[in-house]
Design a protein around this ligand. Structure first.
Ligand SMILES: N[C@@H](CCC(=O)N[C@@H](CS)C(=O)NCC(=O)O)C(=O)O
Length: 207
């Protein structure tokens, strides 16, 4: 049995979505964030990093969303979300772009209020980087439904969580292709199930 350790309001929601799209049985264990918005100590009992997602599968404890998505699709997907050979290199590129390049500046940018803003040099670095990456994605999504074009894949699931950070920080207001992509992601049954089982992807906006 696959066990998913899910931290509420976090990236691990992605793996709920993936497991639902793959139609797999799994055991979902949910954890709440601490008042400091960190993972609780119990997650460190499962894996020393104490991060989410953490998945127990095939006798191993696995971390890193991109690796988990790649492994579950290939070993347990039974053909679901399989990517045609000719799209494989683009698939791997987008799957790993999400966490390898995009996540760090994007999430830093959305956590900025939590830190009371950044100094001038960090602010300049993060905002220039976020603008470059999102403009690149906006141009890529022109005329495409999904990251690979017509094929919905695990790369879209990895990206979906980050698209929510884009939305929450107003970055989609001037990027219609990415805004339409978000609407397509949200219309999927697996996305809806993810929210139903795992809760929201972002903390509620302060009124
Ligand atoms: N690159 C990793 C990042 C994992 C990660 O940083 N997860 C966050 C949740 S969004 C976490 O566990 N934060 C809680 C903490 O570090 O205390 C992945 O994609 O799985």
């Amino acid at each position: 049995m696959i066990i998913l350790h899910h931290l509420r309001i976090s990236r691990s929601s992605r793996i709920i979505w993936l497991l639902e799209e793959l139609g797999l049985d799994y055991d979902l264990k949910c954890y709440d964030r601490t008042p400091e918005f960190r993972a609780p100590p119990e997650l460190s009992d499962i894996h020393p990093l104490g991060k989410a997602p953490t998945v127990e599968v095939d006798g191993r404890v696995m971390v890193e969303s991109g690796a988990i998505i790649e492994y579950l699709v290939e070993r347990h997907g039974g053909g679901r979300l399989a990517v045609p050979d000719e799209e494989r290199s683009a698939y791997l590129e987008w799957l790993h772009f999400a966490e390898g390049t995009l996540a760090m500046p994007l999430i830093l940018n959305s956590l900025k209020p939590m830190f009371g803003g950044f100094g001038e040099r960090l602010e300049g670095f993060v905002s220039a980087e976020v603008t470059k990456l999102l403009d690149y994605m906006e141009a890529h999504m022109a005329g495409r439904d999904w990251l690979l074009g017509g094929t919905f894949s695990g790369a879209d699931i990895n990206m979906g969580y980050l698209v929510e950070h884009m939305q929450a920080t107003g970055l989609l207001d001037s990027r219609p292709n990415l805004a339409a992509y978000r609407a397509r992601l949200m219309a999927r049954d697996g996305y809806k199930k993810m929210i139903e089982l795992g809760g929201p992807l972002r903390p509620p906006a302060k009124g």
